[in-house]
Design a protein around this ligand. Structure first.
Ligand SMILES: [Zn+2]
Ligand SMILES: [Zn+2]
Length: 376
């Protein structure tokens, strides 16, 4: 066997030979000490003198590191246990570590946390108990402070081209904004919030926490309804470093014509029932039943005359089917028999048909007139 013996570098006592460290792992200085020198200044547990937990009294978020994080609505004692547990360290050389913490409520804002540890170091069982005082500080997080102060960085205005958004359009746009922001919040983005929704006679005004999210909301509204987005930045202030801070107003302008409107594109082929206005304007020609698609790109509007909508339709009696291109019906106002164009969606066996009387004359509407919501 080997002649060599090891000695404790602190007291000089001989120590039993220690296994070589694994290749690549340096031998810790303390590893060569004898047991009594080693345990002389050994701490099984590394605990802070005290822990302060900063909680937001409004939303229950806690301040961790240098930011606020949502922990959900929970008991402050549970939060204190978690914060203390996260702050405790056990010596790396300890094996078979067991530990537990026990809260002792002192008053509403103070908890004494009794922490018990046991472990085995160098084959020696050790136990250690520490008491960590925890104080709970009730504050207002930045987010709740901003919401309370009416802070917003962007304003989304829902408007429409040459008309006012309908109540349904306005409510849908608000829902789009709310679910967009809720999704960000669910992903833990504490900068996502809506400060205020104001339903004005011209359409909703929605105050949103950041410009980026205001832009995102406006784009989703455009995706749903078609139309355009205008951006108007306004310089509101300079921040502490002299940088200019802009607030951006996004006007989501819904298209002039929507599904169910009847328009005359004035191209000589007669009126069109609008079926969709997301992307290009699409519809059905009332004279022939042929599909119509505007040659204009998204956001542009063809010159067209507004003739009404499917809501103005009336049922009237079919007098006689004249030929492939013509049918005779009663004018719903004058009860005179009139010969009008026969579109291919006209059912020759029908006794009654829906018609629209407009400046362009009398036209038969399709029985099922408007596309379902939400699909193209
Ligand atoms: Zn020693
Ligand atoms: Zn808060």
């Amino acid at each position: 066997m080997s002649e060599s013996r090891d000695f404790c570098p602190r007291c000089g006592d001989p120590v039993p030979e220690r296994p070589e460290p694994l290749p690549g792992m340096p031998r810790e200085r303390d590893d060569v000490l004898c047991d009594s020198c080693y345990f002389e200044d050994f701490d099984l547990v590394d605990a802070p003198d005290e822990v302060q937990v900063r909680v937001c009294a409004q939303c229950g978020a806690i301040h961790r590191g240098n930011r606020w994080v949502d922990v959900g609505a929970r008991d402050y004692t549970d939060i204190a246990i978690e914060e203390v547990s996260n702050s405790l360290g056990v010596h790396l050389n300890a094996e078979e570590v067991r530990w537990g913490v026990e809260p002792e409520q002192v008053d509403q804002n103070n908890i004494r946390m009794h922490c018990h540890f046991s472990g085995v170091v160098r084959g020696t069982p050790l136990e250690e108990s520490v008491v960590v005082p925890v104080s709970i500080a009730r504050e207002t997080c930045q987010r709740c402070g901003r919401i309370a102060g009416g802070y917003f960085a962007s304003l989304v205005q829902v408007r429409a081209d040459d008309r006012t958004p309908t109540t349904e359009e306005a409510e849908t746009a608000i829902e789009i904004a709310e679910s967009y922001i809720a999704e960000r919040e669910d992903k833990g983005d504490r900068n996502a919030f809506i400060t205020e929704v104001n339903r004005t006679p011209d359409g909703p005004n929605i105050k949103i926490s950041t410009n980026q999210m205001g832009s995102g909301v406006a784009k989703q509204i455009r995706e749903r309804f078609g139309g355009t987005i205008e951006e108007h930045p306004t310089l509101v202030t300079e921040d502490g470093d002299g940088n200019e801070v802009y607030r951006v107003t996004f006007v989501a302008r819904l298209p002039r014509y929507t599904a169910g409107d009847v328009i005359d594109p004035e191209d000589g082929d007669g009126p069109v029932l609008v079926r969709s206005n997301r992307g290009r304007l699409k519809g059905t020609r009332l004279t022939s039943g042929d599909p119509y698609e505007s040659e204009f790109e998204e956001g542009e509007r063809p010159e067209a005359e507004d003739l009404g909508s499917v809501e103005d339709a009336e049922e009237t009696t079919v007098v006689t089917v004249e030929d492939e291109h013509a049918v005779q019906v009663l004018d719903p106002e004058t009860y005179e028999a009139k010969t009008i164009p026969r579109p291919d969606y006209f059912d020759p066996d029908a006794a009654m048909v829906p018609v629209l009387k407009s400046r362009s004359g009398l036209h038969i509407l399709p029985e099922e007139v408007v596309e379902g919501e939400g699909e193209e």
